[in-house]
Design a protein around this ligand. Structure first.
Ligand code: ADP
Ligand code: MG
Length: 346
């Protein structure tokens, strides 16, 4: 009882700990933090210099002893201590903005499907050390589906494809649980790398990661476009060593991205092949839903629809689906408790 009363006042938070972006949802307020999952570290002293946006602007521009790292590359916690520091920083910020006298928050965190018990425990411990009163974990595809308002607790099949920075996660969900799924380590980051490789192999041009990403976002596509797009890209000429600008068009970018995109499409097809027929009938009727930043790649919906012979929809605001999903769970922990992963710490 006291716990309930307490809970009503605490600033409970939902966290999408993404490989590319971390979002924090505060109960009753909505998304209050949306920053890159980047930490700038002084390698000599191990001191953290900046987190989030502030650290992002340092990527590729730091002196050699300062590294801007992404502690969650590939969707798993590759650097436990740094992840914990990042979580603590974001949780503290929310907690301090409210009254710091309030009870410490309960935290719901989205983690990639299929992470090991050890990794789950690591995230839970990080959240507790970062100041959470209680930490609950939810599988990201489930959170994304809740955020996209799919009826995941009903006995109907819903299919969600979450294309993030490090991983693409495909899941068929029914009655609150994952029935069939695939997770591949091909997503937005690899597409950026594809563009870097393409520029190197075809133009002898060395691009930075952020330049490659902006080309993907501004003119990238998965399927031929009605109008031609092009964009100048700047980098270092690998022959002369000097700066050079080359104009690249949508057809070239599409070619560069094709292998990664095929991997994503294959993951969807394999998951469909493993889905029981009754649920497939539901998916045919309701369509496949795309979430995550990669869902915004031009015409990816068209390509997946053609490859699977199924309707495809892009979730509203795909970059915030997981965070909003953790928020829906927070607002109604009693009803949605069954979709949470049982605690690894108990
Ligand atoms: P994560 O959950 O792994 O943090 P996000 O869902 O935040 O990932 O998505 C980040 C990825 O989405 C990045 O690779 C980014 O380049 C990509 N992205 C964002 N906007 C677009 C866009 N308009 N077109 C293509 N890719 C995009
Ligand atoms: Mg994500």
């Amino acid at each position: 009882m006291l716990n309930r009363l307490f809970g009503a006042f605490s600033q409970d938070v939902g966290i999408d700990l993404g490989t590319a972006n971390t979002l924090v949802y505060v109960r009753g307020k909505g998304i209050v933090i949306n920053e890159p999952s980047v930490v700038a570290l002084n390698q000599k002293t191990k001191q953290i210099l900046a987190i989030g946006h502030e650290a992002q602007v340092m990527v590729g521009k730091t002196p050699s002893h300062i590294v801007a790292t992404r502690p969650l590359v590939d969707g798993v916690v590759s650097d436990f201590e740094v992840t914990e520091q990042m979580l603590k920083y974001f949780i503290d910020r929310v907690h301090k903005e409210g009254f710091s006298l309030l009870p410490r928050p309960r935290v719901v965190i989205g983690i990639p499907y299929g992470v090991t018990e050890v990794e789950r425990r690591a995230v839970e411990e990080a959240a507790m050390n970062a100041g959470a009163r209680q930490a609950f974990l939810i599988e990201e595809p489930v959170a994304a589906a809740i955020g996209a308002r799919l009826p995941i607790q009903e006995a109907v099949g819903s299919m969600i494809v979450d294309i993030g920075g490090g991983t693409t996660e495909v899941a068929v969900i029914s009655m609150g649980g994952i029935v069939a799924s695939r997770s591949v380590r091909t997503a937005g980051d690899e597409m950026n790398q594809d563009i870097i490789n393409f520029a190197r192999d075809n133009f002898n041009l060395l691009l930075g990661e952020r330049t490659a990403e902006s080309i993907k976002i501004e003119i990238g596509s998965a399927f031929p476009l009605r109008e031609k797009l092009e964009k100048p890209m700047r980098g270092r000429d690998l022959v002369t060593g000097l700066p050079r600008e080359v104009v690249i068009n949508d057809e070239q970018v599409r070619r560069a991205l094709s292998k990664s995109i095929t991997t994503v499409v294959e993951a969807v097809k394999v998951t469909i092949e493993e889905t029981p027929p009754e649920l497939l009938a539901d998916i045919m009727e309701r369509g496949i839903v795309l979430a995550g930043g990669g869902a915004l790649l031009r015409e990816l919906d068209t390509l997946i629809s053609q490859a699977t012979q199924t309707k495809v929809f892009i979730a509203d605001d795909p970059l915030t689906c997981v965070a909003r999903g953790t928020g829906v769970v927070l607002e109604d922990l009693e009803t949605l408790e069954s979709v949470l992963l049982s605690s690894a710490l108990k």
